[in-house]
Write a protein that binds this ligand. Structure first.
Ligand code: CTP
Length: 393
């Protein structure tokens, strides 16, 4: 994720400083060269030694130890993260006050910046703090959090620093190319569930992993993303407009509602093809034998295909075997631009695994095969192909 990236991690004086160790660890694990800069107050909460051990690099605390560290560190960094950022440091950044190494670096640095505030909710709602955060945001600084939750002082409120994983995700996003800016992408994911009675339902084994990965990658690359998802244990990606549904009919209603403003639709959901004709209102009693009458659900993608216009439509074809013929049939029937064929009979592809093996077929009959890859990498390939078509229409 961060191969060959130099990341500067600023740590200020907050109890949340312990989370920065995890941030540093995750950055290093993903290939970054991390250099940590601590304020004097940060060193009262946590020692530089722990960051040295985690990053394998010297930790910087003193403006006067090396006359040019504030310039050299700023010059070599590809990304600057400040986590936790106290109210004091945020206010200093906004006013351009440079009275320690970290605030000097802030002035000298010219690349992308991610800031994760941490403070008591009373401090966070203070107008002067709000104003400085607003000003910094306007100047291009990317803020992540704070969130509402229990605070170190024992109170509840908005001011808690986000967890390390969210800071790292914001870092990935800050370093990603923004080639999907201006695109509005509607994505579906997960299974749908069709009730038999208030207790039982028909569903399928889709985990939602592929669709969520596409949503995450699209947001990282600057798209406005709406994710309509059936039940899934996946965490909705930060920054994505998330709509939770259960039944295919609910998914259809949400997709149709958001279709107009979409520039592209990627239907990764495993929509149930059938639903019980008459879902029982009360729990059914068991009998020796029962039969279930099913009726067909609307084929959402086929309906979109009828009113496609200039939008790019991408479907998935889950097949038992690499059935290019069946996938091509679906592409034509549903009037799609691309179909992503995945062979669900493989152990490294399809439902509930973190990898996928795909074949992409376009509406000109071109077929591209890809090796086994992580779903987040597959997501970028699908988005690249979608963008190529979008640029031509
Ligand atoms: N799809 C849809 N609405 C449905 C069923 C499927 O929009 N009611 C979409 C899926 O999200 C997927 C594509 O159509 O992008 C193909 O789904 P798939 O289940 O593979 O194909 P089906 O057309 O349902 O055909 P079959 O189940 O017979 O393979």
């Amino acid at each position: 994720m961060f191969r060959d990236q130099n990341i500067l991690l600023g740590v200020t004086g907050s109890i949340a400083a312990y989370k920065s160790v995890d941030i540093a660890r995750r950055l290093v694990e993903n290939g970054a060269h991390v250099k940590v800069v601590m304020t004097e107050a940060a060193c009262r909460f946590i020692t530089p030694y722990i960051f040295e051990a985690v990053t394998g690099n010297q930790v910087y605390t003193d403006l006067f130890k090396d006359p040019f560290s504030h310039i050299n560190l700023a010059r070599e960094a590809h990304l600057f993260i400040v986590a936790p950022a106290t109210a004091n440091t945020i206010n200093k950044f906004s006013c351009g006050i440079a009275d320690n190494l970290l605030s000097n670096l802030w002035l000298a640095y010219e690349g992308p910046i991610v800031v994760a505030p941490a403070m008591n909710f009373r401090m966070y709602r203070k107008p002067v703090v709000k104003k400085h955060i607003r000003d910094l945001r306007q100047s291009g600084v990317q803020f992540v959090g704070p969130v509402t939750g229990s605070l170190a002082c024992g109170e509840e409120g908005e001011g808690r620093m986000v967890e390390a994983a969210e800071v790292v995700e914001a870092a990935v996003s800050a370093l990603s190319k923004k080639d999907l800016t201006g695109q509005n992408i509607l994505i579906t994911a997960g299974p749908t569930v069709e009730p038999i009675d208030p207790v039982r339902y028909i569903s399928n084994r889709s985990s939602g992993k592929m669709g969520y990965a596409v949503a995450k990658a699209a947001y990282r690359r600057g798209a406005e993303v709406t994710l309509v998802s059936g039940p899934s244990s996946q965490q909705p990606p930060a920054g994505v407009s998330f709509i939770k549904v259960e039944r295919a009919s609910e998914m259809a209603a949400e997709v149709f509602k958001h279709f107009n403003k979409a520039t592209s639709v990627i239907m990764a959901a495993a929509v149930a093809d059938y639903m019980p004709s008459d879902a029982a209102k009360v729990k059914l009693r068991k009998e020796d034998e029962i039969s279930l009458k099913l009726k067909k659900n609307t084929d959402i993608l086929s309906e979109l295909g009828k009113k496609k216009g200039h939008k790019v439509l991408v479907g998935f074809a889950a097949e038992s075997g690499k059935d290019v013929k069946s996938a091509t049939g679906k592409l034509k029937e549903k009037n799609l631009d691309l179909i992503i064929l995945n062979d669900i009979s493989r152990k490294d592809a399809g439902f509930d695994v973190d990898t996928n093996v795909i074949t992409i077929i376009n509406n000109k009959g071109n077929i591209a095969e890809y090796p086994v890859m992580k779903k987040i990498e597959v997501a970028d390939i699908i988005l690249d192909r979608m963008l190529e078509i979008s640029a031509k229409t």
